[in-house]
Design a protein around this ligand. Structure first.
Ligand SMILES: [Zn+2]
Ligand SMILES: [Zn+2]
Ligand SMILES: [Zn+2]
Length: 266
């Protein structure tokens, strides 16, 4: 069975629609203008392979909508809340009470070693000593990644890719013929070289105007033209970007990503 990548969410940290906003995108009835927080899912049909990239505040809804039944691992791009807030919602897939894992297997959470402490900090009841036995916690284990260190999950090769999110160093990932990078506003030369001429590149593009920690649309296009994938998709977008309008303006081979978009990985 072929391996697929499904975009579970393509929105920025606020999601789209934005709470309280009545702009044309937020009130649009086009489902492609409704964006849960950015996350992706690498899986085969029977979910014997099931790997998440990020696990944000919409994970529960994403798991229900896309029928996620099990998870092997979560790859964390960086530790902003819109990328990690769903870790507690992994409990139904891997619940730990005391020392005993009651549902599924332990889920490995892969994170850049420099961000491991900031991943643990909001979840003292998961990564510290439990206050009492009785409250279940997700059965997860952190696996720290370092730059340049290739790793394998279920036989799939993953290569971490360094990017800059303002001052914060974050990881994108290269796997199969595909690259997923979000929340960057700069890519070092070595990452640019590693992602050239892939089949698919998924890259963040926040909005039309510039931002101090995210590529805007023009900066993302400029990078994509440089690395020249056969097909690129823009994610982590705000309510500034109307799906049909931007899509009609984008160069050939670059499209807006949308929630539920699925591509075959080769
Ligand atoms: Zn984000
Ligand atoms: Zn709006
Ligand atoms: Zn971020």
């Amino acid at each position: 069975m072929s391996l697929q990548l499904t975009l579970l969410g393509t929105g920025t940290s606020d999601g789209v629609p934005l709470i309280g906003c009545s702009c044309p995108v937020c009130v649009s009835t086009n489902p492609r203008n409704k964006r849960l927080r950015t996350s992706a899912w690498i899986h085969n049909e029977d979910q014997s392979i099931s790997i998440l990239i990020d696990c944000g505040p919409d994970f529960r809804e994403q798991a229900l909508v896309y029928g996620i039944k099990r998870v092997d691992a979560v790859l964390i791009t960086h530790t902003h809340w819109d990328h990690i807030a769903g870790i507690d919602d992994l409990r139904p897939l891997a619940l730990k009470n005391g020392k005993e894992i009651r549902r599924g297997n332990k889920i490995d959470i892969y994170v850049f070693s420099e961000l491991a402490e900031s991943l643990k900090r909001p979840f003292p009841y998961i990564f510290g000593e439990p206050e009492q036995i009785g409250g279940g916690v997700p059965a997860v284990e952190i696996k720290e990644l370092i730059e340049g260190q290739v790793f394998y999950i279920k036989g799939i090769r993953f290569e971490p890719l360094v990017g800059f999110h303002g001052k914060m160093k974050v990881f994108g990932f290269s796997f199969k013929d595909t690259v997923f990078i979000t929340d960057v506003n700069e890519l070092p030369h070595n990452t640019v070289d590693l992602i050239k001429n892939k089949k698919t590149v998924i890259l963040n593009a926040l909005r039309y105007s510039e931002h101090s920690t995210h590529f805007n649309v023009n900066q993302s296009i400029e990078m994509l033209v440089k690395v020249a994938p056969a097909q690129a998709y823009l994610v982590h977008t705000t309510h500034d970007l109307e799906y049909d309008k931007l899509n009609s303006e984008l160069p050939d081979g670059i499209e807006m990503g949308y929630d539920g978009l699925s591509i075959n990985l080769k």
